[in-house]
Design a protein around this ligand. Structure first.
Ligand SMILES: Cc1ncc(COP(=O)(O)O)c(C=O)c1O
Length: 383
């Protein structure tokens, strides 16, 4: 099969990718921790962890096992008419990690949907609170927010605008505070904050619904880390004109030593945060947006309208719940393990010292666990 794939340059699947690149890409047949194994037996280090998402490594046995258990227990339930325990538990856990101001969690099937649902939520909130004229969105150039028809319009990629422009609603774009080649990171931050205010005034503040930004950039901006003055300035400008600040943390959540990149700057409180990638870690399509209880509760008479059917499947939810202990430690305040399990025996087990061999799984190729015939890393995530 793999020889056929190579000769036919990927066969049916590659029709969706540029032909020029198809000849060289490896066909992956297996995985082992941080390695991908191709059909020629090569072990390839997955340096970028896919597109920044395989945060738990490959083939972590605990995850598919938890998904299987959950799938047997409950395969699907319609969230409009039922509530399910696994779903509620994951939401609670995420809200606990996010901390005050982000108490409500809406699960989705990925990142684009998380951003899109966040905007739908904010639009519905604006209408429900007597501001129906608020509908315009501002985002940054360069930037990336998704592949659905709505999020395509937010992406800071003018070439894409030529293709998708007629199909989507393009946001107003301001320059991202790129530190690369800037006079200084502070100057880049100040210029972007000034551009944000200008854009709001140009559009008309009463029409602007939200400013969507990546607090730390992804691929589009070369993982740009703006000067902290940018987040603070953006927050001030948004507050001045009643504009909601949306953090797209689809790349950077789970990856900076704190649960959210926002937690590094507690004075910049986003109104809404979108998550995905590390939440499902490649095992399942899973995303979420987090929002303040105060805003969500104002929609209590209407609820959030137009939800997708296959969001928050219990097996995906279970995957999220099955996060390894390292994530449970990532508290907003940098402290460990106070997510409601602190006094449980499991939490106590979590506080035991981690053997050095397990602390640095990337420091060596994952050797096989000979006794059990499975990759060593599979044991590196205790239950
Ligand atoms: C910053 C950012 N936002 C949104 C998305 C879209 O997420 P998804 O591909 O899960 O729909 C991505 C995906 O790469 C992203 O990097």
């Amino acid at each position: 099969v793999t020889e056929h794939l190579r000769r036919s340059q990927g066969g049916t699947q590659d029709l969706f990718f540029p032909r020029s690149a198809a000849g060289d890409i490896p066909t992956i047949v297996a995985c082992d921790g941080v390695y991908l194994i191709d059909d020629r037996g090569r072990r390839l280090l997955d340096v970028a962890s896919g597109p920044f998402l395989a945060t738990l490594g490959q083939g972590n046995e605990r995850v598919p096992q938890a998904m299987l258990d959950q799938g047997r227990r409950l395969t699907y339930t319609y969230s409009r008419t039922t509530r399910h325990a696994a779903n509620a538990a994951l939401s609670e856990r995420l809200a606990g990690l996010a901390g005050p101001g982000l108490e409500r969690v809406h699960l989705t099937s990925g990142g684009s949907e998380a951003v899109e649902m966040a905007l739908k939520f904010l639009r519905q909130h604006a209408v429900a609170t007597g501001q129906p004229e608020r509908h315009r969105v501002i985002s940054m150039l360069p930037g990336y927010h998704g592949a659905t028809t709505q999020t395509l319009g937010l992406n800071g990629d003018m070439a894409a605008d030529a293709l998708w422009g007629p199909l989507t609603v393009s946001s107003e774009k301001i320059p991202a505070p790129l530190t690369f080649r800037a006079q200084s990171p502070e100057a880049a931050a100040a210029a972007s904050v000034a551009a944000l205010e200008e854009a709001i005034l140009r559009i008309g503040p009463e029409q602007v619904l939200a400013f969507v930004m990546e607090p730390i950039g992804g691929q589009a901006s070369g993982v740009n880390v703006p000067h902290p003055a940018f987040g603070r300035g953006a927050r001030e400008v948004c507050d001045r004109y009643g504009v909601r600040l949306v953090f797209d943390e689809i790349v950077c959540a789970f990856r900076t030593g704190r649960f959210l990149a926002a937690h590094h700057h507690p004075d910049v409180r986003p109104d809404v945060v979108a998550l995905a990638k590390g939440l499902g870690a490649g095992y399942a399509p899973l995303g979420a947006f987090l929002a303040p209880a105060a805003l969500v509760d104002e929609l209590r008479d209407h609820g959030l309208r137009r939800l997708a059917l296959l969001r928050r499947q219990p097996d995906c939810v279970c995957r999220g719940i099955g996060r390894p202990r390292r994530d449970r430690r990532a508290r907003p305040d940098g402290q460990r393990g106070t997510d409601g399990r602190a006094s449980s025996s499991r939490a106590r087990a979590d506080r035991r010292p981690v053997p050095a061999r397990r602390r640095h799984p990337r420091a060596r190729p994952a050797p096989r666990d000979r006794a059990r015939g499975r990759p060593d890393h599979a044991r590196a995530v205790p239950g």
